[in-house]
Design a protein around this ligand. Sequence first.
Ligand SMILES: Cc1ncc(COP(=O)(O)O)c(C=O)c1O
Length: 109
Amino acid sequence: MADYVGAAMNSPMLSYEGSPATTLMETEVVEATCKLTGYRRCDGLINDGGSLSNMLGMAVARYRKYPRVKTEGNRIGRDAFVIFISEDAHYSYNKGAFSQGHLSDLHLK
Ligand SMILES: Cc1ncc(COP(=O)(O)O)c(C=O)c1O
């Protein structure tokens, strides 16, 4: 049902000005999820699917830990990023690593 309503509204979710109702909805969902999970401070957004969410999470985590990735890419000096992906993880993590320019031999399982 939510997918049907979302498709019918075709809301861009770019900004409050572009989609006030869904932006407020997103804020409510993020706050409720924050309370539910026990975090005191949260931020977030609603994505269209699990793969996109996993890949975005990987990009955000990498940027948060190494902001210089924006200007220096996946190498910090002589060090290269290594990604640990559980054998039980969803395949979207491998896609995420590849799409973010990580060499496949550095995806450790
Ligand atoms: C943990 C997990 N990640 C990613 C996905 C992929 O989601 P989507 O098909 O919406 O991209 C799924 C799908 O079931 C999943 O369970």
